[in-house]
Design a protein around this ligand. Structure first.
Ligand code: ATP
Length: 232
């Protein structure tokens, strides 16, 4: 049986203090019920939907990372691409879960997918280098924003006009002209994430006072410059 390569995980964010204010004294009621054991979400007590994973309401950032993202690192270190993307209405918790907010302002417990993935990548890179001293793994990052159909290089804001989406000779879709920054440690990647996120278009919506009004793609590239194809 071929395993489905696209996996869908559902996270329902808990009620927050500002939700209570909006309810104006009315009783709390979640119209969604989660049933993590069966991977099901029940809406309005009647409609049942099944997904690869449904997280319990109290799932931590670490639970989400360990279940949905950590397993991808194995293939990532073997040279495969992996994408994690968050989809949902404004205020539903995409930014929080992906972790593009500045992690230095947050307790470790709130660190989202990107900071946790970066930590795991550098740890794994170090382990490989300890075993094999000729190993030369290079980490680079880019940060792209798509806003009103236009591309913005968040790590090089002055280069607005020169970006274009193309297929390369291997059939992969690339963003021509995007600036990649080489990073040697967790802190350097996080600085790129912080700087890029600060340049994003934001606004406020009825559901979220600090709403991202665009899509952003933070890419972590891993290059093996030792010339040896990795088997692990
Ligand atoms: N699982 C969670 N636990 C605690 N707080 C959360 C959780 N998910 C989201 N939040 C909080 O909810 C608020 C809205 O979340 P967030 O900004 O991530 O939404 P969003 O989907 O990115 O919205 P937008 O599309 O408008 O940018 C934030 O204050 C965030 O800290």
């Amino acid at each position: 049986m071929i395993e489905n390569r696209v996996k869908v995980a559902v996270r329902v964010r808990p009620f927050l203090p500002h939700d209570c204010e909006r309810l104006d004294g009315k009783r709390f009621q979640h119209y969604l019920e989660t049933c993590p054991e069966k991977g099901q979400l029940i809406a309005l007590e009647n409609y049942c939907f099944t997904f690869d994973t449904v997280f319990p309401l109290d799932a931590s950032q670490e639970d989400v990372f360990n279940t949905s993202v950590y397993p991808l690192l194995e293939n990532y270190f073997s040279g495969c691409n992996a994408t994690v993307f968050a989809y949902g209405q404004t205020g539903s918790g995409k930014t929080y879960t992906i972790g593009t907010c500045d992690p230095t302002l947050l307790e470790d417990y709130h660190h989202g997918i990107i900071p946790q993935a970066v930590r795991a990548i550098f740890k794994r890179k170090q382990d490989i280098e300890n075993i094999n001293s000729s190993s030369e793994l290079v980490v680079m990052v880019s940060h792209l924003e798509i806003y009103r159909e236009e591309l913005f290089d968040l790590l090089n804001p002055s280069m607005i006009k020169d970006l274009s989406v193309r297929d390369n000779e291997n059939g992969a879709t690339i963003v021509k002209g995007i600036h990649k920054i080489r990073c040697s440690n967790y802190e350097q990647v996080l600085e790129c994430l912080r700087n890029g996120s600060a340049s994003r278009h934001t606004g406020s919506t009825l559901m979220n006072a600090h709403s991202s009004r665009s899509h952003s793609i933070f890419t972590i590239y891993l290059e093996d410059n030792s010339g040896v194809r990795r088997q692990d």
